[in-house]
Design a binder for this molecule. Structure first.
Ligand code: PMP
Length: 389
């Protein structure tokens, strides 16, 4: 007798969470593990946000449900902060960006609908697409284009069943940031072909050097009526544990997604919403300080990784990940086996490219202390000559 549905048994555990859990378990057992696995800032949530939550907690009005779509003030603040002329009714506050991802696909897809996902992709997209009955179609990029997809590649992957294009810039896992021109080209193509767009902007505040963040439906305004924008406070404000994300877009889609959320999870924790309101409306100087630290670590890790023979690490422009090719290091191993080897031998946790649809790479999150970063990469540098081949 079947005990688990086919739909659910087809879903793999999140590889990034799995690596992080293994690293945390080893650390709890007293091992000096250095974790490049988690997409989680090492900083505490800024004080003014924590204070807002503490205050909200003492107000009994905040001990109740909020509207399913979120506290009106928070929805308003998100609408106001967006680069599009939207109102609060076009925003839903979700339990982290992750819930917004699932809800977006559940709202858009019918069985068999195809979703173009530029790879390397964040590991949750294809699973969320499948869970919603859709068919993920990988459009694979590599370091030669800085992991950015082009219209020709997308066009080659498009079929009569293609319904949705997913964009994530700045990208997890590569840190790639699309320029305005690239977004204009891709967005124009999506509009011409009647595609819906899901664009994940959760790293929008984390861009470095000359790179600039642009939102696709702002660059291509005719897309606004066919785009769901996803974001949240986790990465920008070091608030991964608070679980506040959001989605916004055209009213019909948002209304349908809200109906789903009203049955799925109701509202996000009221206190966490108060914290998110303080984050979204507050001073960004703490964010600027974190960004500065990430930028410094980014430059250090790129330099250190490129100094390892067999590793090619393009310089990312956003988020807090690097995604080097380690094809020159594999020596008969897969990148998944290499990641396990590095964890076992050097006690350094990294996530293999298999998790992001492109074997032969490793993802390093540089959201860890400068000292740990240097120690972790030094351990890998020392391990390489012992790797055999
Ligand atoms: N989108 C991307 C691209 C991410 O990397 C993440 C977190 N890893 C999320 C969405 C979701 O983050 P959260 O659920 O913490 O808001």
């Amino acid at each position: 007798m079947r005990r688990i549905s086919q739909r659910i048994s087809g879903i793999a555990e999140s590889a990034t969470l799995a690596v992080d859990a293994k690293a945390k378990a080893l650390r709890a057992a007293g091992r000096p593990v250095i974790g490049f696995g988690a997409g989680e800032p090492d900083f505490p949530t800024p004080d003014h946000i924590v204070e807002a939550a503490a205050e909200a907690c003492r107000d009994p009005r905040n001990h109740k449900y909020t509207p399913a779509g979120g506290q009106p003030a928070l929805r308003e603040a998100i609408a106001h902060a967006s680069a599009q002329p939207i109102d609060a009714g076009q925003v839903i506050v979700t339990n982290g960006g992750k819930q917004a991802v699932y809800q977006a696909f559940a709202t858009l897809l019918d069985p068999g609908d195809e979703v173009l996902i530029p790879a390397p992709y964040w590991t949750t997209y294809p699973e969320a697409v499948r869970l919603a009955g859709g068919v993920p179609v990988d459009v694979v990029t590599d370091e030669s284009t800085g992991y950015r997809v082009g219209v020709e590649q997308l066009e080659a992957a498009r079929t009569a069943r293609t319904r949705v294009l997913v964009m994530c810039s700045p990208s997890n896992p590569t840190g790639a940031v699309y320029s305005r021109e690239q977004l204009a080209e891709i967005g124009g193509w999506a509009a011409e072909n009647d595609l819906m767009v899901v664009t994940d902007e959760i790293y929008q505040h984390l861009v470095y050097g000359d790179a600039e963040f642009h939102s696709m439906p702002v660059v291509v305004p005719e897309l606004a009526d066919r785009t769901l924008v996803l974001s949240g406070v986790s990465k920008t404000f070091a608030m991964t544990g608070w679980r506040v994300g959001w989605m916004y877009g055209p009213r019909d889609l948002i209304g349908a997604a809200l109906n789903l959320q009203s049955h799925l999870t109701s509202n996000v924790c009221n206190i966490a919403q108060a914290a998110a309101l303080a984050a979204v409306t507050g001073d960004l100087s703490a964010v600027a300080r974190m960004r500065e630290a990430f930028d410094r670590r980014r430059r250090t890790i790129v330099e250190m990784l490129n100094a390892i023979p067999g590793v090619v690490c393009p310089e990312p422009q956003g988020a807090f990940y690097v995604y080097p090719s380690v094809k020159g290091l594999l020596r008969g191993r897969t990148s998944a086996e290499l990641a396990t080897f590095i964890l076992d031998e050097a006690e350094v946790a990294v996530v293999p490219g298999e998790a992001f649809g492109t074997p032969g790479y490793l993802r390093f999150s540089y959201a860890l202390s400068d000292a740990d970063l240097v120690e972790g990469i030094t351990r890998i540098q020392k391990l390489v000559p012992t790797m055999g081949g």
